[in-house]
Design a protein around this ligand. Structure first.
Ligand SMILES: Cc1cc2nc3c(=O)[nH]c(=O)nc-3n(C[C@H](O)[C@H](O)[C@H](O)COP(=O)(O)O)c2cc1C
Length: 193
């Protein structure tokens, strides 16, 4: 059951020195492939980083998060940085109709970088994390990194950019799951009181 799995999930940052078999990596990738996306655009590429040097460099680019160095592999969720002709601004203007003018006037490059369809890759990444957990592989999401530096390191060509990274590996040891708020604290029905 999906809830049983979700109750076991926690971010794993202490990885064992044990390789994850290719079949399991493919299973994880397949879970990402099946993810929903706006208009079924599937605006992504999934970069599997197994090379130790690249993993070390990624850790540096991620503001020196040393724990990343021990990951068995990384998946870099890359996405297309849509240009305005493709309707990027249309999406955010529809979502924030009170800011139509501000969005319209925002510097092109800045707008595209902030927008960058990154919300799309979050779902694919979540699928992957759950698929990994089914095989006992732990993971942690990484958003804190220099997007341009990582994109360059991986030789990505515009409009493709590195949007999110997930580090994977077998946990070195069992850890308590991270406490979560109760439903009472986070759910409301109909109007918020
Ligand atoms: C969008 C996103 C970005 C995150 N970025 C980082 C990160 O850069 N470095 C890190 O160590 N953890 C990162 N995390 C992991 C969170 O710290 C973690 O999910 C949170 O503390 C809750 O713990 P749990 O995953 O064990 O439930 C990120 C999580 C999310 C969802």
């Amino acid at each position: 059951m999906i809830l049983d799995l979700l109750k076991k999930r926690k971010s794993v940052r202490n990885f064992a020195e044990k390789d994850v078999p290719d079949e399991v990596i493919n299973y994880i990738l397949e879970a990402g492939r099946l993810s929903p996306s706006g208009g079924n655009g599937q605006p992504w590429k999934f970069g599997v980083i197994t090379d130790k040097e690249l993993i070390l460099k990624t850790a540096q680019i991620a503001y020196n998060q040393k724990w990343i160095e021990k990951a068995s592999f990384l998946i870099v969720l890359c996405t297309k940085n849509f240009d305005k002709e493709r309707g990027g601004r249309y999406i955010q203007k529809s979502r924030f109709p009170n800011y139509v003018e501000e969005i319209e006037n925002m510097d092109d490059e800045l707008y595209r970088r902030i927008h960058m369809e990154e919300h799309q890759t979050k779902i694919a990444g979540t699928h992957m994390m759950m698929a990994a957990l089914e095989h006992g592989v732990g993971s942690t999401w990484i958003s804190l990194f220099k997007v341009d530096e990582l994109s360059e390191l991986l030789n990505l060509k515009k409009p493709l950019i590195a949007s999110e990274v997930i580090a994977f590996g077998y946990p070195a040891y069992d850890e308590e799951v991270t406490p979560k708020k109760s439903l009472d604290e986070i759910v409301f029905y109909n109007k918020f009181e």
